[in-house]
Each structure stands twice: as C-alpha cells, then as structure tokens.
Design a protein around this ligand. Structure first.
Ligand SMILES: NC(=O)c1ccc[n+]([C@@H]2O[C@H](COP(=O)([O-])OP(=O)(O)OC[C@H]3O[C@@H](n4cnc5c(N)ncnc54)[C@H](OP(=O)(O)O)[C@@H]3O)[C@@H](O)[C@H]2O)c1
Length: 264
C-alpha cells in the first residue's frame, strides 16, 4: 500500500506560511499545518479545501515550548503520518534599540527562530531520509547576509538559520534530502509589516514582494535543489553587491538606514 506523504509547514495560519500552504496544495501535496492556537489555521484549511482536494491536518502548537517539537513528532508516529517535506517557516522579529526590547521577547525569538527550527529538523530527519527524495526549506531572511543595527537579535537568528542550513545541506548531499535556505527581503504580510516597510520608505517598497510570490519561488527552487534562494532580481543583486562593500562602511550605511526603527 502506498503511504500518504505530507508537507509539514510551521506558521501556516497567515503570511508567508499560509502562502506556502496554498502553493503546496496547488501542487497536490497533503498538508500538516502548524500555528498557535487561534482560528487562523482552521480558516486556512477551509480556504484551501475550497480550491484544492488535498488532505489537510491542522495542529495548534506553541513551538516556543520546550516539549512542543518532540510532541509533534510523536503525534506523527502515532498517527502514521509520513512527512517528506519540512518547511520551517514560523518565526518572529522585533526592531528597536537592543536594550529597549524585553528579555522575554528575545527568549521567545531565540526559542522559535532557532531552537524549534533546529529540533524539528533533528527529529524529522530520519523520517525524511527514509522517505527520500525529501526536502527541507528553512526560512532565513535577506538580512542574514548583512547584520542589521536595531534588529540585531533577529538578524542573528536568521544568520544561524542560514549557516545551519548550508552546513546541513552539504552533510546530506549524499542521501537525497535537499536543503534550501530562503532569504526574502521585505514581504507584505500584515499591517505591522506594512508599517515597518513604510518607515524605511521607498527603498523598501522597491524590493517588497507578496507572500504568494515568495512561496512560489521558494518551493520551485527547493524542488530544483537550489541551496540559497533570494527571491526577486533586485534583492538578489543587492545581496551580491553588499558582499563587495567593506564591512565598516556597510555597517555605517545600514545603521543610518535602519535608525528609523528606533522611532517605532
Ligand atoms: N514578512 C517579512 O517581511 C519577512 C521577510 C523575511 C523573512 N521573513 C520570515 O518569514 C517567516 C514568516 O514571516 P511572516 O511575516 O509571514 O510571519 P507572520 O505573518 O507573523 O506569521 C507568523 C506565523 O507563525 C505562527 N507562529 C508565531 N509564533 C508561533 C509559535 N510560537 N508557535 C507556532 N506558530 C507560531 C503564526 O501563528 P498564529 O497566526 O497562530 O499567531 C503565524 O502562522 C518568519 O520566519 C520571518 O522571520 C519574513
């Protein structure tokens, strides 16, 4: 009997994660969708089911919790759910002067952006290997390529995701589990995001993308086996150009540009 395979997407109730869910459903993939307990997940499921006939399981889990990832893995084993694609999308950020953001926010950010992503990869890897060809897409950010003043911890977490993904990709190159790291610039996901984009001004608007575009580019490149994915031609060019700048000068320019975050 053929086993039913699922794509596990974290943070699937809104924003880019929801767009990933639509993108994967449009390609006939069954979905295991994770987000915090609220109505968003069920709404996403309903909307997808109106357009695509794939199986969708939703689970409300707080991935900041220490035991959450292990419980999610145990649930999959108990229910005989096979995951052959893992999209580690859930993440949170905060902008402002380092010392003015609460330590609770930093703790949540580190737990969600780093620990949950790492442990999901760790627990599901044997299953992915067993059901190869399999895929892992880790959500970093364009900012992983240049540290941003006033978003220092967020940028640090995305740097972790970037480095971890590239290193793991090489380790797994012999076993048909493809790893990609997605590095979007600004994406218009919610009203807070719009405020941040407006604060930085026209430069941010020029490189802004919609969640559906990012999800499509992400999944396309993951399936093609691309390692680093920077959606958008301008964004890709900026990343390349930034590498040519001396670090000191680059950091001074970025500090000027992102000082606006201290007013919001
Ligand atoms: N938006 C951008 O401009 C941008 C740019 C580059 C990279 N990224 C990265 O892309 C990813 C998605 O960003 P987004 O803007 O789409 O985010 P978003 O709109 O804020 O959505 C976040 C998603 O993650 C879920 N989530 C939050 N905390 C969680 C937790 N503790 N446990 C489980 N699920 C949790 C949310 O669930 P609820 O709905 O239940 O709260 C929601 O589904 C993040 O990793 C972000 O860093 C975003």
């Amino acid at each position: 009997m053929e086993v039913k395979k699922f794509t596990l997407i974290t943070g699937a109730s809104m924003g880019i994660g929801k767009a990933f869910a639509f993108e994967c459903a449009s390609r006939g993939m069954n979905l295991l969708l994770i987000a915090l307990p609220d109505d968003g997940l069920e709404e996403t499921k309903k909307q997808i089911n109106l357009r695509f006939s794939v199986e969708i399981i939703t689970l409300a889990i707080d991935l900041r919790d220490h035991e959450a990832v292990r419980s999610l893995y145990d649930y999959c084993i108990q229910q005989n759910l096979v995951v052959n694609m893992l999209i580690n999308n859930a993440g949170m950020g905060a902008g402002g002067k380092f010392e003015e953001i609460s330590h609770e926010i930093y703790t949540d950010m580190l737990h969600l952006n780093i620990r949950a992503l790492t442990m999901l990869t760790y627990h599901f890897l044997p299953m992915l290997k067993q059901h190869a060809p399999a895929f892992i897409l880790n959500m970093s950010s364009m900012e992983a390529n240049f540290p941003l003043p006033y978003k220092s911890v967020y940028t640090g977490t995305k740097n972790f995701v970037y480095a971890f993904s590239l290193a793991l990709r090489e380790e797994l190159s012999h076993c048909n589990v493809k790893v990609s790291v997605l590095c979007p610039g600004p994406v218009l996901t919610n009203s807070d995001g719009l405020k941040r984009i407006n604060a930085v001004g026209n430069r941010a608007k020029m490189i802004m993308l919609m969640p559906a575009e990012v999800a499509k580019i992400g999944v396309n490149n993951l399936l093609k086996g691309q390692g680093i994915v920077v959606p958008g031609k301008i964004n890709w060019t900026i990343v390349k150009l930034m590498k040519l700048f001396p670090t000191g000068l680059k950091m001074k320019l970025l500090e000027r540009l992102f000082r606006v975050y201290t007013d919001h």
